[in-house]
Design a protein around this ligand. Structure first.
Ligand SMILES: [Fe+2]
Length: 261
C-alpha cells in the first residue's frame, strides 16, 4: 500500500461518514462519538505500530484497519438505533459488508485486503481464532489493543460527565443499579475476560472493561494505558468495596508486570 492509497482511504472514510447525518442531535451525537473513536483508534494504532518498530507498510495496513474497523457502526445505528450487537447485528460484519458494497479495498493486493478484512472481522470477538498466520495475527492484535484503549477513554470521559449529558447508547442500555455481583469481580481476579451478554448493570460493564488488560498484547499499549490511567478513573466511579480495591490492585500490578519486559 502506498501513501496515496492510504490518503485516499482516509478521505473516503470521512466522506462516507458524512452520508450518515442525523437530524436529531442525540442521534447525531451517537454517530459523532463513533467518528471521533475511529480517528483516535487510528492515532493509537499508529503509535503502537511505530512503537513496535514495524515497517511502513504494516503501519499503513494497521492504520487502514483502524480507519474501517467500525465503519459498520454507522449503518448499524441508522437501522437499529443501538450499538448493542446482540440486539442488532455484528458490527464487524457490517463493516466488511459496507467496504465490499463500495469496493473500497479493491485497489489493494489480495494479501493486504485479506489481512485488513480478517482483522476487522475478528476485532470484536471475545477470543481470536487459533492458527492465524503471523502477519494476520499481528494485525488482529494491533486493532484489538488500539480499540480497547480508546473504548476505555470513551468510558472514563463518559462517567466524568454530568449524568444529564451522558448519551445512554454508550452504556448499551444496561441498568443503572450500582450493584456489581461478586462473580463479576471473581472473573476479573481469575484473569478472565467476560462476555457482554452476562452483564446486568453499567457498573458491571466497568468491571468488564477493567478486565480487558488481560487481552492487551503489546508493550506500547501498556505504556499508553499507564499514561492515561483511564482504568483508575473508571474504577473511581465504582462503589468503594474491598473487592473493588483488590480488583484495581490486581489490574495495576498486571500492567506494571507487563511493562517490565
Ligand atoms: Fe468495534
Amino acid at each position: 500500500m502506498n501513501e496515496e492509497q492510504c490518503n485516499f482511504f482516509q478521505q473516503w472514510a470521512k466522506h462516507h461518514i458524512l452520508t450518515f447525518q442525523e437530524v436529531d442531535p442525540l442521534h447525531q451525537q451517537s454517530l459523532d462519538l463513533k467518528e471521533a473513536h475511529t480517528f483516535r483508534v487510528c492515532a493509537a494504532i499508529a503509535r503502537i505500530a511505530s512503537g513496535l518498530g514495524l515497517m511502513e507498510n504494516d503501519i499503513r495496513i494497521a492504520f487502514v484497519t483502524a480507519l474501517f474497523h467500525d465503519i459498520g457502526r454507522f449503518p448499524q445505528y441508522q437501522k437499529y438505533r443501538t450499538f448493542r450487537d446482540l440486539d442488532s447485528d455484528n458490527h464487524a460484519k457490517l463493516s466488511l459488508w459496507e467496504l465490499n458494497r463500495h469496493r473500497v479495498l479493491h485497489t489493494l493486493n489480495f494479501a493486504e485486503r485479506r489481512i485488513i478484512s480478517l482483522a476487522i472481522l475478528f476485532h470484536n470477538r471475545l477470543r481470536l481464532p487459533e492458527n492465524l498466520d503471523p502477519q494476520t495475527l499481528l494485525h488482529c492484535q494491533l486493532i484489538r489493543d488500539a480499540d480497547k484503549i480508546d473504548i476505555l477513554r470513551v468510558m472514563s470521559e463518559h462517567f466524568q460527565m454530568a449524568e444529564s449529558l451522558r448519551n445512554p447508547v454508550i452504556t448499551l442500555g444496561l441498568g443503572t443499579g450500582t450493584q456489581v455481583r461478586e462473580e463479576v469481580y471473581r472473573m476479573l481476579l481469575d484473569g478472565r475476560i467476560m462476555n457482554y451478554g452476562k452483564l446486568k448493570t453499567i457498573n458491571e460493564l466497568k468491571v468488564l472493561q477493567m478486565s480487558w488488560v488481560f487481552d492487551i498484547h503489546f508493550r506500547p499499549t501498556f505504556v499508553i494505558l499507564r499514561e492515561r490511567d483511564n482504568i483508575g478513573a473508571i474504577a473511581a466511579t465504582l462503589p468503594d468495596t474491598p473487592l473493588l480495591r483488590e480488583a484495581l490492585d490486581f489490574v495495576n500490578s498486571y500492567i506494571e508486570k507487563r511493562l517490565k519486559y
